[in-house]
Design a protein around this ligand. Structure first.
Ligand code: WQD
Length: 325
């Protein structure tokens, strides 16, 4: 019973692979290694280096490994870059997905999971975002994820394929230092980068309508993201015919930028007193998940808190950026 994990050598994909293997599932990875790294994969997991746009290759992988389900994690994920390069984002995130889906249908694969994102909601004006909150993405990245969900749902219904789309909120942390996110495109690693450079962290605006004036997010440990995939795989295995789900993965708890900086200060022992800069374009004041539906549907709940996210991310950062002194 082998599952294909596309993007399995990436930051989130490698966590999914590890959790799948630990849960006893067979796994094969397809990754183009554009941001992925072979070193993140367990030695006994086969890696096929190639693109999700390569239809013949996908057919071969699905057939040769007798794949029963696909976890489609491969994607471009930088919001700013998607504004500059929308054609590339639609090609890789929507056309890449379409090709993988087509190969899966042709190979008779009956289970499909898509990595989606809270970016589909845009600027939600509710305290807790449920899966029924209107989706109004404000970036090409968010649009590609929403279009992807539609494609997955329509294909699943037409082909009798069980489907799940998981909307990740703000992912942080690492299950092991060698699995940490090597990029610095999100709050936690961006703060680490500033601290390493001897510069104060930046707060992008402290005049939001929130209790301390800074933006509130729902941070979720990447190990919890991975365990949610394993829970979804269980559901897709037991009841593929009745599985047609879109689910938030969050903790249901809001944390402000100031609160995050305080935790980073405690974990690192460094001074995280920030400088306040103007607001960054497109940042919603508050995005916090309702995690009710995933609890009901999959019996899944996050285990880790913000301190564990920050301390594990810090161990990974230190491994990649050894202290100079
Ligand atoms: C978090 C908060 C910043 C850096 C993005 C994408 C989203 C998803 C996850 C998906 C914001 C503030 C940040 C800094 C700061 N991507 N901040 N100083 O923007 O919530 O979500 O990543 O794959 O779609 O939009 O995450 O980590 O960039 O920012 O004050 O140095 O931290 O303004 O309020 P964001 P983030």
């Amino acid at each position: 019973m082998t599952w294909l994990v596309t993007g399995g050598a990436g930051y989130i994909g490698a966590h999914v692979v590890r959790a799948m293997v630990e849960a006893g599932h067979g796994v094969v990875v397809l990754d183009d290694l554009s941001t992925g790294d072979v070193a993140r994969l367990p030695a006994d997991v086969p890696l096929v280096v190639g693109s999700t746009l390569d239809r013949p290759l996908l057919g071969t992988v699905l057939r040769e490994h007798a794949v029963v389900g696909v976890l489609h994690v491969a994607a471009k994920k930088q919001v700013g870059e998607s504004v500059e390069q929308p054609l590339r984002y639609y090609r890789e995130n929507v056309e890449g997905l379409r090709v993988v889906l087509e190969a899966a249908v042709d190979a008779g694969v009956g289970r499909f999971l898509l990595s989606s994102s809270a970016a589909v909601y845009g600027m939600p004006d509710v305290d807790l975002v449920t899966e029924d909150t209107p989706c109004r993405p404000i970036s090409p990245y968010g649009e590609t994820k929403l279009a992807g969900e539609w494609l997955v749902r329509a294909t699943g219904r037409a082909a009798g394929m069980g489907t799940v789309s998981l909307r990740y909120f703000n992912v942080a942390g690492a299950a092991a230092p060698e699995l940490a996110d090597p990029g610095a495109f999100n709050l936690v690693p961006m703060v680490f980068e500033r601290l390493d450079a001897g510069e104060p962290p930046r707060v992008f605006g402290d005049d939001y309508p929130t209790p301390d004036g800074t933006c509130i997010r729902d941070y979720i440990h990447v190990a919890d993201i991975a365990s949610a995939h394993v829970a979804a795989v269980r559901r897709l295995t037991e009841r593929p015919d009745s599985t047609d789900l879109v689910l938030n993965i969050g903790r249901g708890e809001g944390v402000s930028v100031h609160e995050m900086l305080a935790v980073i200060g405690e974990v690192t022992g460094l001074d995280t007193t920030p400088v306040v800069t103007p607001r960054r374009a497109g940042d919603p004041a508050r995005v916090v998940a309702s995690a009710e539906r995933i609890a009901q549907e999959l019996g899944w709940k996050a285990r880790f808190g913000v301190a564990e996210m920050v301390s594990s991310a810090w161990s990974g950062w230190r491994r990649q950026h050894p202290a100079q002194s």
